[in-house]
Design a protein around this ligand. Structure first.
Ligand code: NAD
Length: 329
């Protein structure tokens, strides 16, 4: 499959593994890239820039194909030394970075000076236009269905992807709600050049999280998410559990971030993935849980998506279009 995205970013398939906090580790990013997609190591999952350097080296033991690093720029409980993480990324020879969360402008000169391509993930057309204007190399446009931070506009992918395509001339992939070949074909039809998947890759053999959390994703439906931090304008879509429902309740009753900090801290949420108790803290998951029924390897998942997309385009859709032509004739 060739699209402007695969050409610009040098990957075989237009399928990206989203940069997920606590999940985007070497095992997953390496497996996705080895299977022909674009894997991403999540920088802030590594406690220090030195740990990130080691994680990049671990991924290189899994694949010699290109993989990237996600750098999320959002509020954190502890300040992040972004400058040091940026240096760790370029010193390790990484050539693709996914920025997400806020304006990538402060990072652009440094990355471009070091021949790093920047794929910026954002949740509105105006932010995509801004990112294109500051010179990013690709856009990942993230609909309201997504896990993690969907922004505050609540525009679902069906509208957002097509609306963004009207303004974006550089390679653009679609994010939020993708899990299979149907989604890939839909994204391409809406004008995107590929897809980004987070929750779907969480639920793979190589994903470095506890098996019980993967099983929970399989069991969950599209209804099993909560939107936390709405009142703080830092909305995050996470799996529905006692902790996320309690967070929503406290904030809706006028609580401040300090009132929920103990509930939502990432150091607590990571225990969900380590110990396999889906009720232990906050963990991210999207509405796409309703489309996830198994735990395949990354290679099987990617080849299945590509085969399914091919079948939809070349058999189902072309038969429908052909049938229409026959009726007209
Ligand atoms: P953390 O422990 O520092 O914070 C936990 C959560 O609280 C995060 O969602 C963070 O955005 C939010 N938060 C922190 N301070 C806040 C404040 N003053 N006001 C409002 N919200 C606040 O974060 P972490 O779990 O170690 O994650 C590190 C980074 O990765 C954060 O920026 C987080 O937002 C981001 N993240 C992204 C995803 C994703 O799916 N893309 C998922 C989890 C976390």
């Amino acid at each position: 499959m060739r699209t402007p995205f695969t050409e610009a970013f040098g990957v075989e398939y237009p399928i990206v593994q989203g940069g997920m906090q606590w999940v985007g580790r070497a095992e997953l990013a390496g497996a996705v890239s080895e299977a022909g997609g674009l894997g991403l190591i999540t920088a802030l999952t590594q406690p220090t820039p030195e740990d990130l350097t080691k994680e990049i080296a671990r991924a290189r033991e899994i694949t010699d194909k290109p993989f990237g690093v996600n750098l999320t720029i959002l509020p954190t409980i502890k300040p992040v030394p972004y400058d040091e993480y940026r240096h760790a990324i370029v010193d390790a020879g990484i050539t693709i970075v996914e920025t997400a969360g806020s304006n990538p402008a402060p990072h652009m000169d440094f990355f471009h000076e070091h021949n790093v391509k920047v794929l910026h993930k954002c949740t509105s057309v105006r932010h995509a236009v801004k990112a294109q204007a500051v010179g990013v190399d690709g856009i990942s446009i993230d609909g309201f269905e997504c896990a993690g931070h969907p922004g505050e506009d609540d525009v679902p992918g069906l509208i957002l992807i097509a609306a963004a395509r009207k303004e974006i001339s550089i390679p653009m992939i679609a994010s939020g709600g993708f899990a299979d070949g149907r989604g890939l074909v839909a994204a391409l039809a809406l004008g995107a050049d590929g897809i980004n998947m987070g929750t779907r890759f969480m639920c793979t053999v190589e994903s470095p999280i506890h098996e019980k959390v993967k099983q929970q994703i399989v069991e969950n439906s599209e209804l099993d998410t909560e939107l936390i931090f709405r009142t703080l304008r830092n909305t995050s879509r996470v799996a529905s559990n006692e902790v996320s429902r309690e967070t929503v309740r406290i904030l809706n009753e006028g609580g401040k971030f300090e009132d929920v900090q103990q509930l939502v801290a990432g150091v607590r949420g990571v225990k969900v993935y380590e110990n396999g108790d889906p009720e232990a803290g906050i963990w991210s998951a999207g509405q796409v849980q309703g489309l996830i029924d198994d735990i395949p390897t990354c290679a099987d998942l990617i080849s299945r998506i590509v085969a399914e997309a091919d079948e939809i385009v070349n058999e189902r859709l072309s038969a429908l279009v052909g049938a229409g032509e026959q009726v007209q004739a």
